[in-house]
Design a protein around this ligand. Sequence first.
Ligand SMILES: [Fe+2]
Ligand SMILES: [Fe+2]
Length: 379
Amino acid sequence: MSQASHDQYRENVAGRANVADTPELVAYYHELEQFAAGALWTVANKIEPWQPKSASVPMIWRYRDLRPYVVRSADLVTPEQAGRRVIYLNNPGRRDVAAAVGWLYSGLQTMKPGELASAHAHSASALRFIMEGRGAFTIVDGHKMTLGRNDFVLTPNGTWHEHGVSAEGTPCIWQDGLDIPLVNALEAGFYVVHPELNQAVTHPVDDSTATWAATALHPQNSVWSKPYSPLFKYEWEPTYESLSRYARVTDGSPFDGVLMNYVNPMTGGPVMPTMGASMQMLRPGEKTQAHRHTGSFLYQVAKGSGHSIVNGQRLDWTERDIFCVPSWAFHEHANASQTEDACLFCFHDLPVINALGLYREQALAENGGHQPWSNSCDS
Ligand SMILES: [Fe+2]
Ligand SMILES: [Fe+2]
């Protein structure tokens, strides 16, 4: 019979469970266990915390550390053996669900010139952010997209997709972002391999961008009823140009600098139902104030260098580094350069948080809006 305490979550606060163990109660709890049941007051304070308690740890994954291992994976296993050669980001607090933060998965994938992965579809939504190399492409439901550095690509829930690198290209590396842990938590995941292993390209190359990427212009007779963006690729150059232009006419946000969301051009809403993404610019010398909010966030440094402080941990970053901000963790960002801007790509689960009415936000009131920090999580 278990000797574990049943009153470890007691709180001496009116309105909260506060029941001390007695021999009679402990015997009662054990009897309930026989019926796969329990007394709520023994766990109520644990399962209903006063505020979100993220199991995720603030983390930074530095590209200089991981890149050699990503490159080596291409020599250690073939695409046929591994399916995908990916080094995934395993948050120490989320190892049980293979998440980089919260319910979000991420990894660094590599492919060599001339390689083509098999086509498949899954219930998880996916996105990728291109980190290095020339000649990468993705095919989504017959739409082939050529990809360059800092381009952002969608492979939404249920779409057939495959990735490759043209024979004339160079080895490519990109960041994958998926909601696999969320879909698994909801026990709703399916995975299908394409019956012919590869799909046909049924549209002109880069037709998605040519059709849907025009600023404030929609094609005549445009029809799109799917719950995700018809624009599958968001290119870096126009994104950076838009941010630069906006930066000239706005003070930006005290918490984010100049931030623009990638949107579904049909709705103005997030690119996919479960994951959204943004690119933000920290102007030369810019240092934001700290706030916290619900939702889980993974950042990749698209340009420049600087640092972020996440729940008191200082994370120094440079281009291609990836770091996370867990739900309800205070965070603030600083550009290290006095002359160059810095840009942070970010993807997150805010579409889910917002759809469920769970968004909350709070600015740090003390210390001028800045956290005391240590760099104990620095390598
Ligand atoms: Fe996939
Ligand atoms: Fe934030």
